[in-house]
Design a protein around this ligand. Structure first.
Ligand SMILES: *[C@@H]1O[C@H](CO)[C@@H](O)[C@H](O)[C@H]1NC(C)=O
Ligand SMILES: *[C@@H]1O[C@H](CO)[C@@H](O)[C@H](O)[C@H]1NC(C)=O
Ligand SMILES: *[C@@H]1O[C@H](CO)[C@@H](O)[C@H](O)[C@H]1NC(C)=O
Ligand SMILES: *[C@@H]1O[C@H](CO)[C@@H](O)[C@H](O)[C@H]1NC(C)=O
Ligand SMILES: *[C@@H]1O[C@H](CO)[C@@H](O)[C@H](O)[C@H]1NC(C)=O
Length: 464
């Protein structure tokens, strides 16, 4: 008996000490030209990224990950929660999106029901009271089809908390406390993690209004927040501990916190650039690798870097930066050095292989300013459909000359429509050119040949 207890204790000790932080990545697909899923699989394998948080539940995407052993978390987006809000629908959804792919060898470990349903700043379209019941239904259904090990949770922004200066003062917002406690009870009962989406760049500027240095983890500025016996030299630890305090006060001090999204945009916001994104990730990954955790939650932390690639059709209600989270450009080129293996190597990650780009052709404004109404009309038309966020204040293409600005917009539209000749007409104001019109730091991108698209190249129809 004594021996048995000793053995059990040592097994627990072994488990407790063996665990390390891991880092995964998120992938959303709100792009005009989407990466081919098999290319993304290859990218994750080459870079040895063990986990993926899929911000979609598209069947054809999930299936591609069979036999890879990459842990997949599937997100049932806010707009799609209705797809599983009744018993029969939940059953169908689980069979189609979870059970069937698992049978085909996809390593699905979690379903995230809803993205920031309690948010009052980011996404409002999901009813938070509905969310807890769908969460419950999802749990029951998974249990019934024999998938008890697949966790069910919800993604939350940091704005589920009241704004406070000190982590020890943090608590959940009063207006969401009821449904929040309901969710927490479910998480606790089922052993699911609390998934936190956190964006230090935005939090430090808009919420804390501290020096941006506080968003980085390399502790260069000396700026710190003293909270009782705890010292915070960066926003990341402060944000995690604020949540940890709120969980503790709610009566659930042990719910695991997983960082479901964290990252640094490279355009469209003050301090959003490649240099800072590299610096942020370097510090953050070093912090993860140390396994030291935070003052209130010492130990390993699991995190998902946001995001694999830019999404040029993502909503921009909080700013242009929302389209520029990618560690990779939308064409599969890495933007900066980052070591996913947590060894702090100073290297670029592997480039995506097998990506086919459109030919080197751009659309530009021919410079005819005789009818400015027509010019402005066409500029507006182009930017209404294509992504012009880099032209906005603070963006990398802010400050272009008038003509270059019009050209940028025309080109974005032309690329979005796969370089079809007629999409560079613009009432006779556009011209197709073979020399790159890129101006200094403002790149005029060429799009890639995309998944699920019929593409005509030199008269040939390619099925990608
Ligand atoms: C699959 O991944 C898990 C971790 O998620 C690991 O423990 C296991 O060894 C891996 N299996 C294979 C065959 O690589
Ligand atoms: C949370 O779960 C643990 C066991 O998993 C249980 O002992 C504890 O009472 C739960 N806490 C609450 C507040 O329900
Ligand atoms: C942010 O802080 C600065 C001083 O550091 C102050 O001038 C400014 O008014 C503050 N902004 C807001 C919105 O509180
Ligand atoms: C950060 O720097 C301060 C001195 O400015 C030092 O006291 C503190 O230990 C450092 N913290 C970390 C986490 O390196
Ligand atoms: C802070 O640390 C001191 C000395 O270790 C200890 O006596 C005190 O109880 C601590 N305060 C809190 C709030 O934990």
């Amino acid at each position: 008996m004594r021996l048995k207890i000793a053995m059990i204790c040592s097994i627990f000790l072994f488990m407790a000490t063996k665990v390390n932080s891991y880092v995964g990545i998120t992938w959303g697909r709100q792009q005009s030209q989407q990466l081919v899923p098999s290319v993304v699989v290859d990218l994750l394998l080459q870079n040895k990224i063990p986990a993926l948080r899929l911000m979609t539940s598209g069947y054809d995407i999930i299936e591609v990950f069979s036999a890879t052993n990459i842990s997949i978390s599937i997100t049932l987006g806010n707009q799609f929660v209705w797809q599983a809000h009744r018993k029969d629908l939940a059953y169908e959804w689980v069979n189609d999106r979870i059970k069937d792919p698992i049978n085909k060898g996809v390593n699905i470990v979690e379903v995230t029901v809803g993205s920031e349903p309690f948010s009052n700043t980011f996404l409002k379209e999901a009813k938070s009271d509905n969310m807890a019941s769908v969460l419950r239904l999802m749990r029951e259904t998974l249990d019934e089809v024999g998938l008890g090990y697949v966790k069910t949770t919800t993604g939350h922004g940091i704005d589920v908390l009241k704004v406070t200066k000190f982590p020890s003062e943090a608590d959940f917002r009063d207006d969401i406390k009821g449904p929040m406690l309901d969710s927490l009870d479910q998480f606790n009962k089922t052993g699911a993690p609390f998934v936190l989406y956190m964006f230090p760049i935005y939090f430090v500027k808009e919420v804390l209004n501290y020096t941006m240095e506080f968003a980085f983890l390399d502790n260069k500025s000396g700026f710190k927040i003293q909270d009782g016996n705890f010292t915070y030299t960066n926003a990341v630890e402060l944000m995690i501990d604020s949540l940890a305090w709120a969980l503790k006060k709610a009566g659930y001090p042990n719910i695991k916190i997983v960082i479901g999204q964290i990252g640094w945009p490279t355009d469209g916001y003050p301090h959003a650039n490649v240099k800072n994104a590299e610096r942020f990730h370097k510090g953050f990954l070093k912090f993860l690798a140390s396994n030291k955790g935070t003052p209130l939650r010492p130990g390993p932390i699991d995190a998902f870097l946001h995001s694999l690639s830019d999404e040029n059709q993502f909503r921009t209600m909080f700013g242009a930066f929302q389209r520029h989270w990618g560690i990779y450009e939308s064409n599969g080129n890495p933007k900066y050095k980052i070591d996913f293996s947590l060894q702090d190597r100073d290297e670029y990650p592997t480039q995506a292989k097998g990506i086919v780009k459109m030919p080197n052709r751009w659309c530009k404004f021919n410079g005819d300013r005789s009818n400015m109404n027509l010019v402005n009309k066409n500029y507006d038309l182009a930017c209404k459909e294509a992504d012009c966020t880099r032209l906005e204040k603070g963006g990398s293409c802010d400050g272009l000359s008038f003509e270059s600005k019009i050209s940028y917009a025309f080109n974005a539209y032309f690329q979005k429509y796969k370089q079809k000749v007629e999409t560079c007409d613009f009432d006779g104001l556009g011209e197709i050119v073979a020399t790159n019109p890129t101006v200094k730091d403002c790149e005029f991108p060429i799009e890639i040949l995309a998944f699920q698209d019929q593409v005509e190249l030199n008269g040939m129809v390619l099925r990608i």
